[in-house]
Design a protein around this ligand. Structure first.
Ligand SMILES: Cc1cc2nc3c(=O)[nH]c(=O)nc-3n(C[C@H](O)[C@H](O)[C@H](O)COP(=O)(O)O)c2cc1C
Length: 232
């Protein structure tokens, strides 16, 4: 068995206990460029199915642009707490976009370009990947409809989002994942004010980052390991 590192183990568990869904940030405190770059690198280096990285990231720093989401983003507006919410107080506000089937159906033009230019794969490997991914999508995982493929992209985006939150916590930075918004209205705002083409990209989740204004209102609760894990 390899040597364990109790100090590192403790640091990791402390970071996971430190992270909580922050409802209101200290609007005066901003994340440093170096820390934010480290957070973005965690997203960029995240794993994804077949390595297709089926997500885009918007960083919304303009207060006016953030306000466009307020009316229909009950999970980020502070409406339940009588505050400006995450939208009005976060140092950095991210929107994860999931690639739709136009980009991520097997044999798409996007995937061909991605495999050649980003992955630098030789032609015979591109051909093999096309076939393997088609089988995975159509036969193995039944990802056929627009919704199914976009949801698969969202699942990959959530892995990147998870890494963002963990790395932020390790850096002493607070975060909140946000699904509390009306997706149709978000699509409309993204198209009209951000130039996001909804045939290519759909919002997966929002993610606010910054420094907590208050300590968490509730202690963290979780099932215990025995309730969560089964060994065979
Ligand atoms: C995908 C996802 C969406 C969430 N959406 C919201 C949201 O819109 N607003 C919010 O305040 N918290 C949101 N949360 C936070 C959860 O409510 C929170 O993680 C959960 O209650 C556990 O609490 P903890 O993160 O503080 O440990 C979301 C969490 C996840 C993973």
């Amino acid at each position: 068995m390899s040597q364990s590192n109790p100090q590192l183990q403790q640091q990791i568990i402390e970071a996971f206990n430190f992270r909580h869904a922050t409802k209101l940030f200290d609007a005066e405190r901003k994340i440093s460029d170096d820390d934010f770059n480290t957070i973005l690198e965690a997203a960029r280096l995240s794993p994804s199915s077949f390595g297709f990285e089926p997500w885009q990231l918007l960083v919304v720093q303009s207060p006016e642009k953030r306000e466009l989401f307020r009316d229909f983003s009950w999970g980020a507006s502070g409406a339940f707490h009588g505050t400006q919410g995450q939208l009005g107080s976060a140092s950095h506000f991210l929107i994860f976009l999931a690639h739709t089937e136009q980009l991520q159906r097997h044999n798409s033009a996007y995937q061909q370009q991605f495999m050649r230019e980003v992955k630098q794969l030789p032609e015979e490997v591109v051909e093999f990947m096309n076939q393997a991914f088609q089988k995975f999508q159509e036969h193995d995982f039944h990802l056929n409809s627009r919704r199914e493929i976009t949801d698969w992209s969202s699942k990959q985006a959530y892995l990147a989002a998870g890494n963002v939150m963990t790395v932020a916590a390790l850096l002493g930075i607070d975060s909140c994942p946000i699904e509390g918004f009306e997706i149709d209205k978000a699509v409309g705002v993204l198209e009209q004010h951000f130039g996001v083409d909804p045939t290519l990209y759909q919002p997966a989740m929002m993610l606010a980052l910054g420094y907590r204004a208050n300590e968490p209102a509730f202690a963290k609760t979780r099932r215990n390991q025995a309730q969560m894990v089964q060994y065979f």
